[in-house]
Design a binder for this molecule. Structure first.
Ligand SMILES: Cc1cc2nc3c(=O)[nH]c(=O)nc-3n(C[C@H](O)[C@H](O)[C@H](O)COP(=O)(O)O)c2cc1C
Length: 164
């Protein structure tokens, strides 16, 4: 793997920390910068209600307003984009992100974290990027916090296997 001469940015959303664990591991492994997609208003619901609230956001194809980006994705050669799986697809902050940037010409990696199945998350994110997207590789991670060591190892092996 040789991302060292190229600029790489890990871009992610995480509600409960699972996706963040993977995002940070990738950034640490390839010395990438990191950009957390922070909605202006974050979900307050806990327990079961978070599924109702989050599920509704997905169904309505919401594009929540995000806080200004601390890094400009357009300054980077390689973008590694991650999301939790909600309702078998990507989360609303990712929709806002895809709508707000032009990623033509970028090399892209996609990943998601879930508790059972990725559903159509990767497929749907790929569609948002369009036909010209240069997607180098994709990966999914199951039960990240509960099976942390397994997932960290999987993450490291994945990212080290990619020829940037
Ligand atoms: C609103 C909502 C919907 C979810 N839908 C799914 C799902 O369809 N499939 C699945 O395997 N996990 C689902 N999950 C579980 C999350 O994908 C999983 O816990 C993920 O790793 C959370 O990432 P985070 O900790 O970065 O927020 C859902 C969680 C929430 C809050």
């Amino acid at each position: 793997m040789n991302a060292k001469n190229k600029k790489a940015l890990v871009i992610y959303y995480s509600l409960e920390g699972n996706t963040e664990i993977i995002a940070k591991k990738i950034a640490e492994t390839i010395k990438a910068d990191i950009l957390f997609l922070k909605p202006k208003k974050e979900m307050k619901s806990k327990g079961f209600m978070k599924f109702v609230w989050g599920g509704r956001q997905v169904m309505l194809k919401k594009e929540p307003e995000l806080l200004p980006f601390e890094k400009n994705p357009e300054d980077y050669d390689i973008l590694i984009i991650g999301t939790p799986v909600w309702m078998a697809t990507f989360t609303p902050p990712l929709r806002s992100f895809f709508k707000s940037v032009n990623l033509n010409g970028k090399k892209v990696l996609l990943f998601c974290t879930h508790d059972g199945g990725p559903g159509k998350t990767i497929e749907n994110m790929s569609k948002m990027l369009g036909d010209d997207a240069n997607i180098l590789s994709t990966m999914e991670f199951n039960r990240v916090a509960r099976e942390k060591e397994i997932n960290l190892k999987k993450c490291e092996e994945w990212i080290n296997s990619i020829k940037f």
